[in-house]
Design a protein around this ligand. Sequence first.
Ligand SMILES: [Zn+2]
Length: 260
Amino acid sequence: MSSWQALDDEIAHWRDAGRDAELWWRDDDAADASPALDRLLELSVEAAVPLALAVVPAQATPALAARLADMQTHDGFVVDVLQHGYTHANHALPPDKKSELGPHRPAMLVLGELGTGRMALERLFAERALPVLVPPWNRIAPALVPALPEIGFTGLSTFAARRRAEPVKRLLQVNTHVDLIDWKDRRAFVGHDAAVAALVEALRHSRSATGEPVGLLSHHLAMDEGAWDFLRSFVGKAKKLPGVKLCSARDLFASREARV
Ligand SMILES: [Zn+2]
């Protein structure tokens, strides 16, 4: 029997402090309609948990747009679309880690691609597409970040604890913290205990230091049955746990404007 005790204990600290723990869910690498995408969307609808889909603009198909539009009509549930780079191509050479938005190409070229991608997503997904950038491999050259608001982005989402809520003016960062896949070893599910431990650690750090929302990261095209089981179990658990607030990307990335 898998245990959620550590999560229950951490959330009890939030309740004691009179605070809600904000959780959100991002899934990366969407480009086309597929059985795995159907499975993901069904899980989100069934549990009525908001989902943010990071879509690769240069590969995004009308079939994906139709699948999401169809869902809105039939299920009354809205999925937010975030921008996952442009082509998701790696431009780094070993030993550098993989990166599409790294320092390996001229900034003007990279920013031009991001702008083109932004227009492609708006064309396909209309208001469902949020001006939020999810860099492939969660990496972006620091020098590019100040230019993001200038080309229309209001949000940035990478991985691990954020250093600041606003890395630059007019850009809100909301990250993910729990990756369900162990990419280095077998590209398999990290395991229930490791996933819960990462979740608890991220919540503890948020509670004591950053106050940031904690994000779960899934990859519908790469998950094994263990990861799917955990995802199902997680959304069921999070829904029922008092003191946990499941947030949509739309609300999280808009909250800064609402507060000002
Ligand atoms: Zn990706």
